[in-house]
Design a protein around this ligand. Structure first.
Ligand SMILES: [Zn+2]
Length: 462
């Protein structure tokens, strides 16, 4: 089944100018707003040019809203008439990842062309996540044009460096916190995979996750030294051998799995449709059968990451310069995505006693899992309802987000940070295009996503 087969109510907001929205996105894609960890490499003139273009394309938003630049991040405040309502915040990031050098010629349309062709809008950022940036602005501009006042104040927040350090989102949040702002909900990118629930034991039922929190992130560096020398005398082994054994130990001793509340909710919802054994019997009593359900999850590629801290050894350096030379100082990095209740600290406590004391362990980067948002909340239920209006055969379920987004930065001022980009592009296109080659979005998926934003804003803010 194609994702576009799920689209419903595509005639809603029939007076919305879709052609113009396509041109706005095409134009935004032409600005090479690439972010790098090394800020000296960032060309900020491209961000300035994008801002000028947005001001021209969305005059009512910029005229009615208070527009603040924090570094090169943008915060637009659209005032609400009812001060008793907590504001909503819609967000996206302006930056995109670089095009991998040498792959430029593989793009059917150049990566910063913003070409509109074959039913697609082409360019780096078309799916991550300029379509959401423009979509949010389109929704706000449309409602302002209708002259209907916003009852709830709305913030539009567009960070400049989500792909690298997230300093923009942190700065915007700090500013709002200093103003004692408390938000009703935040909507950011994330999740959006349509899943046939066959791995749950319910074939033919389609679900789609809304991210309500994010797994943690840790890069653990393992380093070990040995004297090196001629490889004909490897008495007591080499640093590479010790390191290889340490990596194997890590892989063979994963942290304990846990069934999170959001997975339990999904199972309860699916229970009447689950026919495959053993799941059909196990879901009858989730609490009693937790261990067996965990085992089932661990055996399925689409499920295991929901219940477990994943382990991915990603780097090993430098090795010896020749096959007959023993290596000296060696380092490896293992990337973990931490599922609650695991934390960087508990990870280290778990592995330190298991690994040769010769191996030094230290984090290159560590971020604990984020705080789960409230599911029984105004924001979650409204988003779910709107999504089920536009993608009727799907049920939207709360879930953990595997990747990191800027939304976690807002958890201190909001109890409902939702990660969901409503642009349901076909799976193979997203897999190929996001951070890859030939990134593009179909006009149909783009406009349907904008309808979601139009409706969500209408229902929650007008
Ligand atoms: Zn993104």
């Amino acid at each position: 089944m194609k994702n576009s087969d799920l689209f419903c109510h595509e005639t809603d907001f029939s007076d919305f100018d879709g052609d113009r929205a396509v041109q706005h996105l095409a134009e935004a894609l032409r600005f090479e707003t690439v972010s790098f960890v090394d800020a000296a490499k960032i060309d900020y003139t491209r961000f300035d040019a994008l801002h000028d273009s947005l001001e021209k394309s969305f005059p009512l938003v910029f005229r009615n809203g208070k527009y603040e630049k924090i570094g090169h991040s943008l915060l637009i405040t659209l005032p609400g008439t009812d001060g008793s309502l907590k504001p909503a915040l819609f967000m996206a990031h302006q930056d995109v990842v670089p095009v991998i050098p040498g792959t430029e010629k593989d793009w059917l349309h150049p990566p910063f062309s913003g070409d509109v062709a074959e039913g697609f809008i082409w360019g780096r950022g078309a799916m991550d996540i300029k379509q959401m940036l423009i979509g949010i602005l389109e929704a706000a501009e449309y409602h302002l044009q209708k002259g209907r006042p916003f009852r709830r104040a709305v913030y539009l927040a567009f960070g400049e460096d989500e792909e690298t350090c997230s300093t923009g989102a942190k700065a915007i949040c700090a500013l709002l916190a200093s103003r004692k702002v408390e938000l009703e909900f935040v909507l950011d990118e994330g999740a959006g995979d349509v899943i046939e629930a066959s791995d749950y034991g319910a074939p033919g039922i389609y679900i789609c996750p809304i991210g309500i929190y994010e797994k943690g992130y840790a890069d653990l560096k393992l380093s070990v030294k040995s004297r090196g020398g001629h490889s004909s005398n490897p008495f007591r082994g080499t640093s590479l051998g010790v390191l290889a054994k340490a990596i194997t130990t890590v892989l063979e001793h994963p942290l304990l799995p846990h069934l999170p509340d959001c997975a339990k909710r999904t199972l309860r919802y699916l229970a009447p449709a689950i026919q495959t054994e053993p799941m059909a019997s196990l879901v009858q009593d989730l609490d009693k059968n937790t261990d067996a359900i965990l085992q089932w999850f661990l055996q399925h590629e689409s499920l295991y990451h929901q219940v477990q801290t994943t382990i991915a050894p990603t780097q090993i350096t430098p090795g010896a310069p020749a096959g007959n030379v023993m290596p000296q100082a060696m380092e490896a990095v293992i990337n973990f995505r931490l599922a609650p209740p695991d934390t960087p600290e508990s990870l280290l406590q778990h592995y330190r006693p298991l690994i040769d004391p010769e191996v030094k362990l230290e984090f290159v980067q560590k971020i604990p899992p984020s705080r789960p948002s409230e599911i029984d909340s105004y924001g979650f239920w409204h988003l779910k309802r709107v999504l089920e209006h536009y993608f009727a055969p799907l049920t939207f379920v709360p879930a953990q987000n595997r990747g990191a987004t800027d939304a976690r930065n807002y958890e201190s001022i909001c109890r409902c940070c939702l990660r969901f980009g409503p642009f349901l592009e076909e799976k193979d296109l997203s897999a190929e295009g996001i951070h890859g080659t030939n990134e593009r979005i179909s006009i149909r998926a783009y406009l349907q996503g904008i309808r979601v934003l139009l409706k969500l804003m209408e229902e929650t803010c007008l």
